[in-house]
Design a protein around this ligand. Structure first.
Ligand code: VG1
Ligand code: CO
Length: 543
């Protein structure tokens, strides 16, 4: 086997976004595209020589071939060892766990998460640090810089490694260890949660339904929910990971997991429903007859986490991404613990978790997690909910009602305008930013603006600063509008508008969220001129 050096040239646009580099699969499969980026990763982290990495992905189209390329490049770069999930599969949280447990120098995750998969859809590559978390901006900036000056990369000339069976092999000088993708993760979950209590709950007739959306969580959910916790076979559906996720978006929200919503709202609804996304780091929670918004889920988990053994000592603090509703802040206040507000994307939670400032983190986009790994974790959230339900023995709806009575309710919705012309979306954001100073004190659609700013974040641990992370408009009475452009899309720009209204009147806690939010929605359009600027009458996706 020999190492060959391939001449190449910089390819434009290899700038990692909210969560790694995401592009159309065809783009990734184009000449040198993947190779250039991987070589830039090696350079951005100071070389791969002598190092050990974890490698795996969500099983989408091109996952298997990309993994083989990365293995050959790691071997050529002098890596000591790569730990790969069997068949190149690893959920994002399981990869994070392996990086930490095995003390590796980081890992590469192949995923475009909730984006659809297939030859005409999306692919992605992300580097995670030795702490198990996504590379911070300082590192992704170095990787991007390396993509702009690359002139050659090195790769081993070799056949594919057999990744179909656990065991140790070699690729040139490098060791390749193929591991069962579920095992270490299952062990971690068993340490955090009271499996015996959940088993007893389920044995008592409590019905669980989990939709893996044809994505990577299927094998994890089957092993844990069915095999370990005794949920009857068939409780986990769409459990086989498919390269195109069955043709849908593996995005656990009421739009893309509508079968689950229909089931949970029907007469025969199970007690508890859940779904996860392409790479297993997101979750959707649904009770019988009630959808739990991710922001509410984070707040309920924060208020009840102490009921699970892994969190019995209480929480050090909580953190949420800026657009996430402030429901969890109200819980933190009641618990007397700090609440942090970070930019969108899990990479901003890493320092808080490493420094022991926060125990629980969450995002409105259905991501919740804790300091057990450095990624959000879909199945973890499901298990924490089940542990809480096993202790409280109340329906999900009753838990929410009690939560709102105690803390108030932050009605919440997100409107996405997808594939908007990038120039028009940029102009909308710039126009807003230019008018921020004049907004406070004005009345819009019957609501008064209390404050407005362009969100910037200074990391309390390392002092790094991230600017232009979305525009916040605070309304009197606790409402809020946030405008932000997505950093994970692959076509045009996606404008996200996050809408929140606070209600503490006990008589108004059970309103239809759309009705409760109608004035805030009207104000959001009036302030930004969304319809006029995007030419869209209504959002493409409402969650
Ligand atoms: C979206 C979500 C964000 C999440 C990110 C990655 O980013 O809004 O909360 O962290 O996806 O999630 P953006 O920039 O498109 O709004 V995952 O599960 O797709 O890796
Ligand atoms: Co994901």
């Amino acid at each position: 086997m020999s190492i060959i050096t391939v001449g190449t040239a910089p390819i434009e646009g290899q700038k990692p976004g909210t969560s790694g580099l995401r592009k159309k699969t065809r783009v990734f499969m184009g000449p040198h595209y993947l190779e250039n980026f991987v070589a830039a990763i090696w350079e951005g982290i100071g070389g791969a020589e002598g190092r050990t990495f974890v490698l795996g992905g969500d099983g989408r189209y091109f996952n298997d071939r990309a993994a083989q390329v990365i293995l050959r490049m790691a071997a050529a770069a002098g890596a000591r060892k790569v730990i790969v999930g069997q068949n190149a599969l690893l959920s994002t949280p399981a990869a994070s766990n392996l990086i930490r447990q095995r003390g590796t120098d980081g890992g590469i995750i192949l995923s475009a998460s909730h984006n659809p998969g297939g030859p005409e859809e999306d692919f992605g590559v992300k580097f995670n640090m030795p702490n198990g978390g996504p590379a911070p901006e300082e590192v992704t900036d170095r990787i991007f810089a390396a993509t702009k000056r690359i002139s050659a990369y090195r790769i081993l000339e070799a056949q594919d490694v057999d990744l179909s069976r656990p065991g140790v092999t070699r690729l040139g000088e490098m060791e390749v260890e193929v591991v069962d993708p579920v095992e270490a993760y299952r062990g971690l979950m068993a340490r955090l949660f009271d499996f015996a209590a959940i088993r007893e709950l389920i044995a008592g007739g409590f019905r669980v339904h989990f939709d893996a959306m044809h994505a990577v969580t299927g094998p994890y959910a089957k092993a844990i929910l069915e095999d370990e916790l005794g949920a009857p076979p068939g409780s986990v559906v769409n459990a086989r990971p498919l390269p195109d996720f069955g043709g849908g978006h593996p995005d656990p929200n009421p739009v893309w997991a509508k079968d689950l919503i229909a089931l949970m709202m029907g007469a025969e609804a199970p007690d508890f429903g859940a779904a996860s996304d392409g790479d297993g780091d997101r979750n959707m929670i649904v009770g019988r007859g009630i959808y739990v918004t991710p922001s509410d889920s984070l707040a309920v988990l924060a208020a009840n986490a102490h009921l699970a053994p892994g969190y019995a000592g209480g929480l050090k603090g909580v953190a949420r991404s800026m657009p996430t509703s402030r429901a969890v802040d109200r819980v933190a206040e009641a618990l007397g613990i700090p609440a942090y507000e970070t930019p969108t994307g899990w990479k901003f939670f890493g320092n808080l978790l490493d420094a022991g400032l926060a125990t629980l983190c969450g995002e409105e986009s259905a991501g919740t997690g804790s300091d057990h790994v450095r990624e959000k974790d879909g199945l973890w959230a499901v298990l924490l909910w089940l542990n809480i339900l096993a202790v409280r023995r109340e329906p999900v709806a009753a838990i929410l009602a009690e939560h709102w009575r105690r803390f108030g309710r932050n009605y919440y919705t997100r409107h996405d305008y997808e594939a908007v012309d990038a120039a028009r979306a940029g102009a909308l954001m710039e126009g807003l930013a230019a008018r921020l100073g004049s907004l406070p004190g004005t009345e819009v659609a019957g609501l008064r603006v209390a404050a407005a700013d362009d969100f910037a974040y200074t990391d309390p641990v390392d002092g790094s600063r991230s600017e232009h992370q979305g525009i916040r408009v605070e309304l009197e009475g606790g409402g809020r509008i946030v405008y932000r452009l997505s950093g994970t899309g692959t076509v045009g720009a996606t404008l996200r508008v996050y809408l929140e209204a606070l209600e503490t009147d006990p008589a108004r806690l059970g309103l239809d969220p759309a009705a409760a939010l109608a004035p805030v929605i009207a104000a959001a359009d009036a302030i930004a001129g969304i319809r006029a600027q995007t030419g869209r009458e209504r959002p493409d996706v409402t969650t």
